[in-house]
Design a protein around this ligand. Structure first.
Ligand code: ZN
Length: 360
């Protein structure tokens, strides 16, 4: 839906008191916000290629300021416990969650939350904590951008031009850089893991990358960072060991990712770990059962929507936070659009259904 039309709908809904009414009627509910990176506009030498996954610290501050007035904001584990308890609260519950464990979560997101008296939940990939290895989708996006920036004649001479990696580069180039990256990453997710790994290995070889972070600002947090977040009262939770798409794995492989990352984290922070974010939100009934076997009580997906007290704790919905979607044309936060997203009316008014988004 066009941006201006969405703003008009939000204004009309706000004037009609739709969100206030829905929050009142749905006091016993939990909204889980899904963020990834929190970066100032000029933080990186080159723009982060998956721009939809970035919000600025200023935007996060505005979100936190609005949410704490309308919702009872708690880390996910505590919020789910509260959701299950008896009684009728004054306000619905809301959790700020951050996927992947980027370094900027520690330097930019946590300080903003703390300044607003909010504690969040940070889902980390335990096998990448403190390493120089970038998540596979970052490796893919960076390499495609680098190669597509070359000229067409260079591209056509490239040895990977006729295979899968070459197809991605050509597709990205044809669509003028940036427009197709999300689709390319989505394509890559559907591949069998060995095929995807081989394509990314070839792309990395073509740009002379070993799969490490390009810049200091692109790295993931260290084990000490994770410990500091936990010590500050935030929840540090699991996003598996290597960020695989769990439905593609065997039971044994998936359990190693799920139980292994839980054990890694429990040892690291010295406390229980009971929350999980499925990488990319990808799960099915089998994976949810394996998560339960691995000891998780709470798991979040990328399925849109509010969570009611009777929600399955291992299939909780989230609201993917897109800074652009919540902003006016001039880039400033639209509190009405954000209220509309949070109260659940946006999915109905904007005709959205189940969605799985982004490289989370
Ligand atoms: Zn992720």
């Amino acid at each position: 839906m066009k941006h201006r039309l969405r703003s008009l709908v939000a204004r009309a809904a706000g004037a009609a008191g739709v969100c206030r009414l829905l929050r009142r009627v749905r006091r016993r509910s939990l909204v889980v916000l899904c963020y990834h990176r929190v970066l100032p506009p000029d933080a990186l030498p080159e723009p982060y290629p998956l721009a939809e996954l970035v919000v600025t610290p200023e935007a996060l501050a505005q979100h936190a300021s609005l949410c704490r007035t309308l919702y009872d904001c708690l880390p996910l584990r505590e919020a789910v416990q509260r959701l299950r308890s008896d009684g009728t609260p004054d306000k619905p519950l809301l959790s700020f969650t951050f996927d992947d464990g980027y370094w900027d979560n520690v330097t930019h997101a946590a300080p903003v939350l703390e300044a607003h008296g909010v504690r969040g939940t940070f889902f980390v990939v335990t096998g990448l904590l403190g390493t120089q290895t970038a998540p596979w989708y970052d490796q893919l996006a960076r390499a495609v951008v680098r190669l597509a920036d070359r000229t067409v004649p260079e591209l056509s001479k490239h040895p990977t031009h006729d295979d899968l990696a070459g197809k991605w580069i050509a597709e990205h180039f044809r669509h003028r850089h940036g427009l197709r990256l999300g689709h390319i990453v989505s394509d890559a997710k559907r591949l069998a893991p060995p095929v995807r790994e081989e394509a990314i290995r070839r792309l990395n070889a073509a740009v002379g990358s070993l799969g490490a972070f390009d810049t200091h600002q692109d790295r993931l947090m260290t084990p000490d960072d994770a410990r500091r977040l936990a010590a500050a009262g935030h929840e540090v939770a699991s996003h598996t060991r290597t960020h695989p798409l769990l439905p593609q794995l065997t039971d044994e492989e998936a359990l190693a990712e799920l139980a292994g990352s839980r054990d890694d984290l429990a040892a690291l922070i010295g406390g229980p770990v009971s929350s999980l974010a499925y990488p990319n939100g990808s799960y099915d009934g089998r994976v949810a059962g394996l998560a339960r076997r691995a000891g998780y009580a709470v798991a979040v997906t990328m399925r849109a929507g509010l969570n009611r007290p009777d929600a399955d704790g291992l299939e909780l919905g989230r609201v993917f936070v897109s800074q652009q979607r919540l902003s006016h044309d001039d880039g400033a936060l639209s509190t009405r659009l954000m209220e509309l997203e949070l109260c659940g009316a946006a999915d109905v008014l904007f005709l959205r259904r189940w969605r799985s988004r982004g490289a989370s």
